[in-house]
Design a protein around this ligand. Structure first.
Ligand code: TEU
Length: 543
């Protein structure tokens, strides 16, 4: 292999790999305090190497009062003691590297914690050197600058007694927005990022990156006019040209601006993490709590659009789950009788497409949603929404049903390692309840079972690594208007990859038998072939 080609391949390593997301609180508790930690992750690196993933997206482990479980950072250059120490983090980076795994850190650059020293200084006086690191506006106690709302409920403006000003916060009041218009603030962030690059991290996930260039006076939160200017500067001052993978979480990204974020020239980020396909099972114009069935054909059209229109122009993330979303097998699969079949079917659809697939911890064993009593939940979003909706006159039953379906704690229950007490997550009472089904659904049960969901994921990851058609094949959808089937083909030179899935639980006819006649079936969730497609059947063919 020529040196240049090798360089070229390395630059795009994230296109042939799969990224695994760890929510550290819930992964593995090594010291028995009920919270997962960095040493716990190190214990599980052999498992992750077995699975075959190339990188870990590590949800925030920085110093934090944990008002939003780490998405409120009070020191970007230090580690939260409940997760370990800076030395543990360095050990994780090095040990992961020995296992062929890169560590992607989760940077929250849109806001800090209200306990960050910058903010504590900023509220002291209007002429404090840190005051302009945040977004303050004048007003009086009874009149906020405008009526903008925060994502987690309430006004986006919080009054500071004494300073007699409001600060702007898009999330909780404990997460004041940083002022990216201030070059000194930007430089501090770049220095901090370079600190982590020097420690050997493999890249960064950038939390709500589309919201950094807010202009609250103009009611702009996402996608502000200066956004891409700031992203290019960020790139040049930090990770640009360094072969790191960068993924921008952007709820507002669309097919028109995704190529700007993920321009193949490397001027901004490696890829976008956008949500158009994931926000469909809610009532139009309302929010995620207002439930509606998944409009299947529309869903396929959206995925088709991203596959075909971004081709050659940018790069996308492929995901069903993360720490903010419910468990996919409970959401769009079947977490009862067909849990195993539907989990594999959903994995097949996702991993056959173009983009970098993400596996959220526990997805690889088909972990499910949970139903708790309201006081057993931990998530600030759930708690705030519950109070707001009950006060607004919703019935308790309706609110609880929304939480069961969409609450973020569905994804945050402890990882299910084995059938011992607390699912092998911890020897102590975990911070959030373990799902009762852990005796059946756990890693130990699946690792030696060739037909398990876990080993199915492992095969998908191997197929992606070994066949370039997964990364580069052109996408073509079949039967776009069919109400049950999700099917497509990927083509690269004379290589073909065909995926045919029955998305639902009824047995149906398979109209695509001609297409697969001369192809070899490389993966399926049913044993013997059949003319028809059985409940949640998934087939992957190649030539
Ligand atoms: O999420 C961005 C975000 O907008 C979410 O709050 C999302 O709207 C919500 O979770 C959907 O239910 C990121 C992080 O992933 C999330 O965990 C943080 O709470 C949030 O940013 C603030 O940092």
């Amino acid at each position: 292999m020529g040196k240049e080609l090798f360089k070229e391949m390395k630059k795009d390593w994230y296109k042939n790999t799969v990224i695994y997301q760890i929510y550290p609180r819930s992964y593995r508790d090594s010291n028995g305090d009920g919270y997962g930690d960095i040493k716990g992750i190190i214990e599980k690196l052999d498992y992750l190497e077995y699975l075959g993933i190339g990188a870990i997206w590590l949800s925030p482990v920085f110093k934090s009062p944990q008002k939003d479980n780490g998405y409120d950072i009070s020191d970007y250059k230090d580690i939260e003691p409940m997760f370990g120490s800076l030395a543990d983090m360095e050990e994780l980076i090095n040990e992961a590297d020995r296992h062929g795994i890169k560590i992607i850190m989760d940077l929250v650059l849109n806001h800090s914690s209200d306990k960050h020293k910058w903010f504590l200084e900023a509220i002291k006086s209007k002429d404090n050197p840190y005051h302009d690191y945040y977004v303050f506006r004048d007003g009086d106690k009874d009149h906020a600058p405008n009526d903008m709302r925060a994502v987690f409920g309430g006004s986006a403006w919080e009054w500071v007694e004494g300073l007699n000003q409001y600060y702007f916060h898009q999330f909780t009041t404990a997460q004041p927005d940083l002022n990216w218009d201030n070059p000194k603030l930007r430089q501090e962030l770049y220095d901090m990022i370079n600190f982590w690059i020097d420690k050997g991290v493999g890249g960064f996930r950038l939390d709500v990156i589309d919201q950094i260039a807010k202009e609250p006076d103009n009611f702009i939160t996402s996608n502000g006019p200066k956004l891409h200017k700031y992203l290019r500067e960020l790139n040049q001052k930090t990770f640009g040209g360094k072969n790191l993978v960068t993924v921008g979480e952007a709820w507002s990204a669309n097919i028109d601006n995704a190529p700007i974020y993920s321009n193949p020239d490397g001027s901004e980020l490696s890829m976008v993490f956008q949500f158009e396909h994931i926000c469909l099972d809610q009532q139009e114009g309302k929010d995620k709590w207002d439930l509606a069935p998944l409009p299947f054909v529309k869903f396929k059209k959206i995925l088709n659009k991203w596959q075909t229109e971004l081709y050659g122009k940018g790069w996308n993330s492929l995901f069903w789950d993360n720490h903010d979303l419910p468990r996919i097998v409970s959401r769009w699969g079947n977490d009862g009788k067909y849990r195993v079949e539907s989990a594999k079917m959903l994995a097949t659809i996702l991993h056959g497409m173009q983009g970098t697939p993400y596996i959220y911890q526990g997805e690889e064993i088909g972990m499910t949603n949970i139903k708790l009593n309201i006081d057993e939940y931990d998530d600030v979003e759930i708690k705030n929404m519950y109070k707001e909706r009950i006060a607004a006159g919703y019935s308790k039953e309706e609110v609880m049903n929304s939480i069961y379906a969409k609450g973020r704690d569905n994804a945050r229950t402890p990882m299910q390692w084995d059938d011992s007490e607390n699912s092998g997550f911890s020897i102590s009472k975990p911070w959030l309840k373990v799902n009762e089904n852990y005796k059946e659904i756990n890693v130990k049960n699946q690792i030696n079972d060739p037909d398990s969901i876990l080993n199915y994921y492992k095969r998908l990851i191997t197929l992606r690594k070994e066949n370039q058609v997964f990364a580069d094949g052109k996408f073509m959808m079949y039967l776009e208007d069919d109400d049950n089937i999700f099917a497509y083909e990927r083509i690269l030179d004379n290589h073909r990859l065909v995926v045919i899935c029955n998305f639902y639980g009824e047995m149906i006819e398979n109209p695509l038998t001609d297409i697969t006649e001369n192809l070899k079936m490389v993966l399926s969730n049913y044993e013997k072939d059949d003319d028809r497609l059985r409940p949640y059947e998934a087939r992957m063919y190649m030539i």
